[in-house]
Design a protein around this ligand. Sequence first.
Ligand SMILES: CC(C)(COP(=O)(O)OP(=O)(O)OC[C@H]1O[C@@H](n2cnc3c(N)ncnc32)[C@H](O)[C@@H]1OP(=O)(O)O)[C@@H](O)C(=O)NCCC(=O)NCCS
Length: 179
Amino acid sequence: MSLAPQLLSTPRLRLRPPRPQDAEAIFSRYASDAEVTRYLSWPRHRDLNDTRAFLAMSAAVWQHDGVGPYLVFREADLMGSTGLQCLPGRRALTGYVLARDAWGQGFATEILRCMLELAQVCGLRELQAICHARHRASQRVLEKCGFQVAQAMDLDFPNLDPMKQAAHMYKVKVKKHAS
Ligand SMILES: CC(C)(COP(=O)(O)OP(=O)(O)OC[C@H]1O[C@@H](n2cnc3c(N)ncnc32)[C@H](O)[C@@H]1OP(=O)(O)O)[C@@H](O)C(=O)NCCC(=O)NCCS
């Protein structure tokens, strides 16, 4: 796959890979928030060491895959994060998380469309996303961007319940990049 650009932009947002100095903002804006992380696959950050572990993982993934997590900014304000996680066969998994004060303004849809364009630029052929079966807002975001349910599964949601939860794997085919 082609190397991903370090800087991405949408009409309202700027995206770039995380840096070590972003730790406090990531922790306080979204990663430690129980409501924000309710339906996420990673455990809510308990202290800055959890955030620093994420930053180390992100740097390693970028180094290895040439793509990885992006932070999302509106001017200087950290709004959330997204990214692509490479899978075999020119596929990738994506996701998105926004600070609570950014919800309900179309930002997740704008971010997911940006990830679809990135997947196209990188020469991927399929994007996947996992969503809890009761998470209507995220399901709507996926549907607006052309994703469809491909598979039902039971998965861990570490911030929600110790029991596995019903979830859906969503997929969308990535259009070929017109070069
Ligand atoms: C889920 C999340 C990403 C949505 O972000 P957002 O910027 O508010 O999403 P958008 O505004 O782009 O779109 C949300 C859509 O869902 C709809 N929606 C919101 N709540 C809904 C609900 N309870 N039932 C049905 N639809 C709902 C909105 O009306 C909108 O659809 P519309 O444009 O047709 O009106 C955001 O709430 C978030 O970051 N949550 C925490 C992290 C998370 O759960 N990430 C996803 C993991 S799969």
